[in-house]
Design a binder for this molecule. Structure first.
Ligand code: SF4
Length: 368
């Protein structure tokens, strides 16, 4: 498995998706005549703008790419969470239209038969249709999760098991069975929708615009990158750590090659959902790029969990191109705010760097 991630930023989803796929040379990985399964995240019947589900624009571009390279045996497979109907999610999320346009069938895993597979003493019922695929393309959404903290490539495979098994996974605390499931079922390629994922809930409602798409072949590395992007240490996320320990992949993103095709230049949208709005009160943004601002919001969410936000009540954090060449008080985020009293450099700075900087600032130890 290659320790490499291909990342791009922007708003032209079609172009961005094809760029990362070309750069990753996905076509060379697919065996000739392979049955290709595409597994999006359609956990609920809500549009991608809610922060819960995989953008249909990414899936469309992926299918076009696959078809341009002569792949014709393609299937989209999913099982929404218990309590929602996958068929309804296909419709609401725009997948019926994709199916019609590209002639790609949609398959509801809830209606499948299952085979029992085991790893490490845990057995689980896995969709026979998924098992019959020659090449599985996992297309998760980068977002938070109220129990597992983050959800990405590893957890997205939970949609490949029976509803009965999903219930049982919860009784086992999710982390271990999710990691073991990924030992049984291989994601041959992972394309991550990091355009607009929820801050901390799987079912959406607090979307954070990030304008990012990235891909790779190692689901552990992908999820480690997601965790870091959201301000967590990958080692602290149970299923990522267990998956690394049992050899599903490598969580050391510091040793990975991260190729960035395009930086983000789009400006942040001024309207936020409630929770993000609450965190945004501690910021003063002027023409901030979306990816930069998203990193700050994720860092603030981590500080909020530790009760550290009050320090910024009267000294909001400055961010954005509107601060270029200006001197200003208090903390600043990004190269544009290098005239701030205290600043974390980067374009954009990572969530990890912002979090560390703000924690130091709260402790009063932050120098310029
Ligand atoms: S540092 Fe400035 S230019 Fe760079 S990403 Fe942040 S806001 Fe945009």
């Amino acid at each position: 498995m290659e320790k490499k991630l291909i990342v791009t930023y922007g708003e032209d989803v079609q172009k961005m998706t094809k760029e990362v796929l070309e750069k990753a040379e996905l076509e060379k990985m697919i065996p000739k005549g392979a049955r290709i399964g595409i597994k999006p995240n359609l956990v609920v019947a809500k549009p991608a703008s809610s922060g819960a589900t995989t953008s249909p624009a990414i899936i469309s571009a992926l299918i076009e790419y696959l078809q341009e390279y002569g792949n014709s045996d393609i299937l989209i497979l999913e099982s929404s969470w218990i309590g929602d109907h996958t068929r309804r999610a296909f419709k609401v999320c725009g997948y019926e239209e994709i199916s019609r346009k590209y002639g790609i069938p949609l398959f509801d895993i809830k209606s499948d038969t299952y085979s029992v597979k085991s790893y490490g003493g845990i057995s689980m019922e896995i969709s026979n249709k998924v098992l019959a695929m020659d090449f599985l393309i996992n297309v998760p959404v980068l977002k938070g999760h109220c129990q597992t903290m983050i959800t990405g490539a590893l957890k997205n495979l939970k949609g490949c098991i029976s509803d009965r098994e999903k219930r049982r996974f919860h009784t086992m605390g999710l982390h271990r069975p999710i990691a073991y499931l990924n030992k049984i079922l291989t994601s041959n390629f992972i394309l991550v929708d990091s355009l607009c994922g929820d801050l901390d809930f799987e079912e959406g409602g607090n979307p954070v615009k990030m304008n990012r798409i990235f891909c790779g072949t190692d689901p552990v590395l992908i999820d480690a990158y997601i965790a870091a992007t959201m301000g967590y240490s990958p080692e602290d996320i149970g299923h990522i750590k267990i998956a690394a320990d049992i050899g599903v992949g490598d969580l050391d993103i510091d040793k990975a090659e991260i190729v960035v095709i395009n930086k983000d230049t789009t400006k942040v949208h001024p309207v936020f959902p409630t929770k993000v709005k609450r965190l945004a009160r501690y910021t003063e943004a002027k023409e901030a790029c979306s990816a930069c601002y998203a990193n700050l919001i994720h860092a603030l969410a981590r500080l909020d969990e530790k009760g550290l936000l009050q320090r910024f009540k009267n000294t909001p954090i400055k961010i954005g191109q509107g601060y270029k060449n200006l001197r200003c008080d208090g903390p600043g985020v990004g190269n544009c705010v290098s005239g701030a009293e205290h600043v974390v450099k980067g374009c954009p700075p990572s969530t990890k760097a912002i979090r560390a900087f703000l924690e130091e600032y709260v402790k009063g130890r932050q120098g310029k």
